[in-house]
Design a protein around this ligand. Structure first.
Ligand SMILES: [Zn+2]
Length: 412
């Protein structure tokens, strides 16, 4: 049993003073009054949830920021991402993921949803163990003490040779790999599994239907990229006569356990479909800004009743506070007003929304919650002299990940 006696507690219920938090067996056993402070100048908070990551893409940072003469957009960036994916094998993907996850944990993320799509050898043939790369990524998270939901990505169509190693020959083979990965992960306390049709570009209608059905039967989280790019919307309309999120509704992919990543170009009808189905939207603002995706309709999503999560996506920036600040400041620029989202809505994206998206328990400082915690330095220049009731806002609007000075995952 470990007892932590910080100066402050901060969670979705607000700020508390004079409390002790008792940890046992990887969970919070009790939160009660304390006469003494042992962690002076420290606020304890639940760790943040990173609901969307591609760990290997961190290798691209810097390299893709040169202005080229040809069209430089998401699609040209993707060519460089494919080159980075081409050199991965079980050892290099493990090392890349370890390095990324070490930094994610330092930044205050205690869980990650890894949207993992590099599965096979570069020519598309399977490794001896068909889940070798997915397992190498999970083992990287275990080695760094980060909770991981491995979102095993389904990819059907290789439009270019670089995509061959993402693809399975048929949806049954993909679902068998998901089953095998769940069995492999069953006795690993930090690892869970979800399913993830990559996008409406990468899979057909039939794959969407079957993967959606599998997720409903098993209760697994389902994640899918949708509405990131205008070209994707136009291609989907040309192929199916539907916008991407309309197609996800028509194939029964939307739902309580489903997360749509981006939804940058979701129109009013698509936003209503997301809200009516209880689907979460994961915003990845530092990546969406980097890729020139557009302005997400954040205010309209929240007004429609859609829960948000956040993700570090391409992992150029590893800072949950920056993601939250960007969610709000992007919404302010669009609305030309201040305080568009309530603070509680912002924090909920990094806590409840992210945890729900990954099928994890609600992050709280209360008995029974997982002991996934962060220590915040109240002497940090962004927080020094800030009133208790303004702590969360100062963290988001003035702070950054350097205010996080320690993390616990499962109490360790
Ligand atoms: Zn992504």
């Amino acid at each position: 049993v470990t007892v932590l006696r910080p100066e402050l507690l901060l969670d979705a219920s607000g700020v508390r003073r004079g409390c002790a938090v008792e940890l046992a067996g990887g969970a919070i056993r009790a939160v009660g009054p304390s006469e003494t402070v042992e962690l002076a100048g420290i606020a304890l908070a639940p760790g943040f949830v990173n609901a969307h990551s591609h760990a290997f893409q961190r290798a691209l940072r810097g390299r893709v920021e040169r202005r080229e003469t040809q069209a430089d957009d998401f699609w040209s960036w993707r060519q460089q991402m494919y080159a980075a994916a081409a050199r991965l094998d079980p050892e290099t993907i493990h090392e890349d993921a370890r390095s990324c996850y070490r930094q994610l944990r330092r930044a205050g993320y205690t869980s990650v949803g890894e949207f993992h799509y590099v599965h096979h050898r570069p020519d598309g043939t399977s490794y001896d163990d068909a889940n070798a790369l997915a397992q190498a990524v999970c083992e990287a998270a275990e080695a760094e003490g980060l909770r991981i939901c491995l979102l095993l990505t389904a990819y059907e169509r290789a439009a270019v040779p670089a995509q061959r190693r993402f693809c399975d020959p048929d949806v049954e083979t993909y679902l068998a790999r998901a089953e095998a990965l769940r069995a492999w992960a069953a006795d690993r306390p930090l690892v869970t599994v979800g399913v993830a049709p990559h996008s409406v570009r990468a899979v057909s209608r039939e794959w969407l239907v079957q993967i959606g059905r599998y997720a409903r039967v098993t209760g697994l989280p389902l994640h899918v990229h949708a509405g990131e790019q205008q070209q994707e919307v136009a291609e989907c309309q040309a192929e199916h006569g539907l916008r991407p999120i309309e197609l996800l509704a028509a194939t029964e992919v939307l739902g309580e356990r489903t997360t749509v990543v981006h939804a940058t170009h979701a129109d009013a009808r698509e936003r209503d479909l997301l809200a009516a189905s209880g689907t979460t939207v994961c915003l990845c603002p530092t990546t969406e800004g980097n890729l020139g995706d557009g302005w997400p309709p954040t205010e309209q999503l929240v007004a429609a009743g859609v829960a948000l999560a956040i993700g570090s996506d391409s992992n150029v920036r590893l800072d949950p506070l920056e993601e939250l600040r960007e969610v709000e400041t992007c919404a302010r620029r669009v609305a030309q007003r201040r305080n568009v989202l309530a603070q509680a809505t912002l924090l909920a994206a990094a806590w409840d929304g992210g945890a729900h998206a990954l099928g994890l328990p609600r992050p709280r400082l209360e008995a029974g919650a997982p002991a996934d915690l962060i220590a915040i330095d109240l002497a940090h220049h962004a927080l020094h002299g800030v009133a208790d009731e303004d702590l969360a806002a100062a963290l988001i609007f003035a702070g950054d990940a350097s205010a996080v000075v320690r993390t616990w995952v499962g109490g360790a």
